[in-house]
Ligand binder design. Structure first.
Ligand SMILES: [Fe+2]
Length: 388
C-alpha cells in the first residue's frame, strides 16, 4: 500500500489557455465585476504592443482603464509605492498585470498596498494580508517566473536591495491568461533567462522538503514540458508549438512553487543578484548544476525520474551510466551555453566574489530551508567556490 502524506491543496487561479486568448481579457474582467481596471505593465511590453491589445479588450468590454508603467526588472518598493499612489488616485476595482514576472509581481504589490495599506515590508512572508484584496488578472508575456499561478510578489527593498517574498492566498490572481502569441516576441536573451528560471523552479520544487503529492504532479509535468521544449525554443524562437509547451511548463512550475517552495539554487542566486546584479534566471542557472550534484545523495531516485525526460543523450552507449544528478547538471550547463549565457561566476564577470559575505546572505534566505539536503553558510560557500 502506498502511503500518502498529508497535504492541503486548493487551486486559486482560473487558467485560460489559447492562442489569441488575450482578446478575452475584457470579458473575463467584467465577469469579475470589473468596471475600472488598473493595468500594470513594463515599458518594453508596452513597446511590443501587448499592453495595447489588453487595454483594447478591456475597453471593448466597457471598462475604464488606467495604465501604470513605472516599473523595471526586479520591481522595487519605490516603484510599488508609485503604482499604489497611481491606483489610489484612479480607484480601480480590478488590477491586471500584463508582462513578465516584474509586471505581475508589481501588480500584486500594488494590490497589497491598495487593499491593506502600510508598506511592502509589512507583507514580507506568508499570509500577512489584513483585508480581502481586489480581484486581479495576469497576462504573462514571458515564460519564466510562474508568478501568474502563485500568490507571492518578489519586491526588492529599494534601500537594502533585499528581495522580499510577500505572499498571501488573497494576492493570487483570479485568472491567468496564457496566450502563446504574446511570448513569441521575447528576445533570445529573455527567452534563455526566463526559461532556465522556470526549469529551476520545476526541479527545485520537485525535490523540496515541502513537496506534496499535489505539487509533484505540477513539478513533474513542468519538468517534462520544459526539458523537452526549451532546447527547441532556444534554437528557434518562432517555434510556436514549443513556445506554448514552455509557457504551460512555466505555469505548472509556478503552481508547484506555490505549494512546495524552492531550494538552495534560489538561496544562492538571490545574493548574486543583490550584490553583483546578475539577472535572476542567470544567477539560478549558474548555481543549479552545483546544487544538483550536492543534493544527489538526498534525492537520487527523484533525479533518476527527471533524467529520463532529458532530450536524447548524444553520448555513446554506456556513457550515460553517470548518476542522474550529474547528467541533469551537465545538461543544464549545456542549456546555458545554448542560451549564450556564461557558465561560471568568473565568466559572468564576478572575478573576486566575497564568498563569505555571499554565503552568509544565502544562508539567511528562507527558500534554502526547503532544500532536500540541509545547507548552512559553510556548505553554501562550497557551492559558490564550485561555481567560480
Ligand atoms: Fe526563480
Amino acid at each position: 500500500m502506498t502511503e500518502i502524506a498529508a497535504f492541503d491543496y486548493s487551486l486559486a487561479t482560473r487558467m485560460v489557455v489559447g492562442s489569441g486568448a488575450i482578446a478575452r481579457l475584457g470579458t473575463l474582467a467584467a465577469e469579475l465585476g470589473g468596471r475600472r481596471a488598473l493595468v500594470v505593465s513594463d515599458p518594453g511590453v508596452v513597446r511590443a504592443g501587448h499592453t495595447s491589445l489588453g487595454i483594447a479588450s478591456l475597453e471593448q468590454a466597457g471598462l475604464v482603464v488606467e495604465c501604470f508603467t513605472g516599473l523595471a526588472e526586479n520591481p522595487t518598493t519605490e516603484q510599488v509605492d508609485a503604482g499604489a499612489a497611481c491606483a489610489r488616485a484612479f480607484r480601480p476595482d480590478i488590477i491586471v498585470g500584463i508582462g513578465g514576472g516584474s509586471s505581475m509581481d508589481c501588480a500584486k504589490g500594488i494590490n497589497f498596498l491598495l487593499s491593506c495599506g502600510g508598506r511592502m515590508a509589512d507583507y514580507w512572508g506568508r499570509g500577512k494580508a489584513t483585508a480581502s484584496m481586489l480581484p486581479s488578472i495576469a497576462v504573462p508575456t514571458t515564460a519564466g517566473t510562474g508568478s501568474e499561478m502563485q500568490s507571492f510578489a518578489l519586491i526588492t527593498d529599494a534601500q537594502t536591495h533585499v528581495k522580499m517574498a510577500c505572499g498571501d492566498p488573497r494576492a493570487a490572481f483570479r485568472v491567468a491568461i496564457l496566450d502563446v502569441l504574446l511570448t513569441l516576441t521575447q528576445p533570445p536573451r529573455v527567452t534563455a533567462l526566463s526559461g532556465i528560471d522556470a526549469l529551476a523552479h520545476a526541479v527545485e520544487s520537485h525535490v523540496s522538503r515541502a513537496a506534496t503529492p499535489a505539487s509533484r504532479i505540477f513539478s513533474r509535468e513542468a519538468w517534462r514540458l520544459l526539458a523537452g521544449n526549451l532546447p527547441r525554443v532556444f534554437a528557434d524562437g518562432g517555434d510556436a508549438a514549443a513556445r506554448a509547451a514552455v509557457q504551460l511548463g512555466a505555469a505548472w512550475a509556478g503552481m508547484a512553487i506555490e505549494n512546495a517552495m524552492l531550494g538552495a539554487a534560489h538561496a544562492l542566486a538571490n545574493p548574486l543578484t543583490a550584490a553583483h546584479h546578475v539577472v535572476h534566471g542567470h544567477a539560478v542557472g549558474l548555481m543549479l548544476p552545483h546544487v544538483l550534484r550536492f543534493n544527489a545523495a538526498a534525492c537520487g531516485p527523484a533525479y533518476e525520474e527527471l533524467a529520463a525526460d532529458l532530450p536524447a543523450d548524444p553520448a555513446p552507449p554506456g556513457a550515460s551510466a553517470a548518476p542522474a544528478a550529474a547528467r541533469i547538471a551537465d545538461w543544464v550547463t549545456g542549456l546555458l551555453v545554448q542560451g549564450r549565457l556564461a557558465t561560471t561566476l568568473s565568466a559572468a564577470g564576478i572575478r573576486e566574489p566575497d564568498v563569505a559575505a555571499l554565503s552568509r546572505a544565502a544562508a539567511g534566505q528562507w527558500t534554502g530551508g526547503f532544500n532536500p539536503r540541509p545547507v548552512d553558510a559553510a556548505t553554501l560557500a562550497g557551492l559558490y567556490e564550485a561555481a567560480r
